[in-house]
Design a protein around this ligand. Structure first.
Ligand code: NAD
Ligand code: MG
Length: 362
């Protein structure tokens, strides 16, 4: 089975492994029965993952005489709130959960971010394992230890770095995901190829059909490679000093598009558009060769990423970017590409090049 080790040997040893396979969720049963991560499991789901995976997990555990606490939150971003966070803590206390128990996050990035913050805070921190069930959570949010909820002033403004003890990424879980959620995750998948691994970008191009049909073998390899790349970046920069910023490729422009759309477009779609724009701007700036731009475009085209039009006003996108603290004196601090497979942080990328690109494209 593909296994990715996340080596985090800073002040404390926070290392853990990510298991990626079709059906790996079944490994939870013996692992929870052995109590190696804790005594009583606190399984946190949203309404959808409760029906899809939570109830059957509870049944299987009951056969082994394990009686977990199952907590369910509404599906969607609104559950990443201090209210929901507080109510989960209260429910755990009421049920007599102690520091010897273990939180199991069973769901997408919303459940993972929320449950991780609950685990990190309850009685100053109890064990936590992640069972990510969306493509985005398998390749992104379940790796790296950032956990958080939103406050009215901003997304993810209340949280911590808190690493899980293990991650179980079950490829078969992806089969029930709506297409939009798959494309949202694929945006992050191609990002890893673009910033860190040209061969992987070429692999995505060559295997696009199998990826879009969720071929289990190919998807296991894809998820594992994304986790390896993110784990490698994170292990060299656990608390986001510098290098970790390359993971934000496409995100500066993407966020402006996301805000412009009033959050009607998904984060993944906006980042996908952001990557297309930035790659063209890097080419216009003379950093990225024509043939590499072509490869970048082919990968995105074959995976149907940001292929539709975008109803934006370039001037508004520029205004939104200028409000960002990363902008000064006509330039922006941005992740740029000098090759497919190699990202650099540009401290002074000219805004006029992005503007010219936006005007040409939209
Ligand atoms: P999500 O958790 O809301 O899941 C999307 C939808 O899919 C939900 O309705 C969910 O119920 C449903 N779902 C989950 N698994 C399913 C399955 N197997 N089959 C069918 N439906 C399923 O969203 P997401 O895209 O997984 O995650 C987005 C969140 O992740 C955001 O809050 C974002 O801030 C966060 N995030 C965190 C990090 C990090 O480093 N911690 C990184 C990226 C994103
Ligand atoms: Mg992202």
């Amino acid at each position: 089975m593909p296994r990715v080790d996340v080596a985090l040997k800073g002040e404390f040893d926070n290392s853990y492994e990510i298991l990626v396979e079709d059906g790996v969720m079944d490994n939870l049963i013996p692992d929870l029965c052995s109590r190696k991560f804790g005594r009583t499991p606190v399984v946190i789901c949203d309404e959808n993952t409760r029906e899809l995976f939570g109830l059957s997990l509870i049944e299987k555990l009951a056969l082994e005489n394990i009686d977990p606490l199952l907590l369910t939150v509404p599906a969607g971003e609104k559950s990443k709130s201090l209210d929901v966070f507080g109510s989960l803590l209260e429910a755990m206390l009421e049920a007599g959960i102690t520091r010897q128990d273990v939180v199991v996050a069973l769901g997408g990035g919303v459940v993972g971010d929320l449950s991780g913050y609950v685990a990190g805070s309850y009685m100053r921190g109890i064990n936590f394992i992640q069972v990510p069930t969306t493509l985005l959570s398998q390749v992104d949010s379940a790796v790296g230890g950032k956990v958080a909820v939103n406050i009215s002033g901003g997304k993810n403004y209340c949280g911590m770095f808190y690493q899980p003890k293990r991650v179980y990424s079950d490829i078969s879980a992806l089969s029930t995901l709506p297409e939009r959620e798959i494309l949202s995750g694929l945006g992050e998948v191609v990002k890893y190829g673009f910033i860190a691994d040209r061969k992987f970008a070429e692999y995505l191009l060559d295997n696009a059909d199998k990826i879009l049909s969720l071929d289990k073998e190919v998807m296991s390899a894809v998820v594992a490679r994304c986790c390896e790349i993110k784990a490698d970046v994170v292990s060299r920069d656990e608390k986001e000093g510098g290098l970790r910023r390359i993971l934000n490729y496409g995100h500066t422009v993407g966020h402006a598009i996301e805000t412009f759309s009033g959050y009607k477009l998904s984060h993944g779609e906006c980042v996908a558009h952001g990557m297309r724009i930035v790659a063209r701007a890097c080419n216009r700036a003379g950093m990225l060769s024509d043939s590499d731009l072509k490869l970048h475009q082919n990968v995105m085209d074959r995976l149907s990423l940001a292929t539709g039009g975008l109803n934006i006003r370039p001037a508004d996108i520029m205004e939104l970017m200028k409000r960002d603290k990363k902008v000064k004196d006509g330039s922006v601090v941005m992740v740029a590409l000098d090759k497919v497979g190699h990202a650099v942080i540009s401290d002074d990328f000219p805004l006029e090049i992005i503007e010219a690109e936006l005007n040409e494209m939209y």
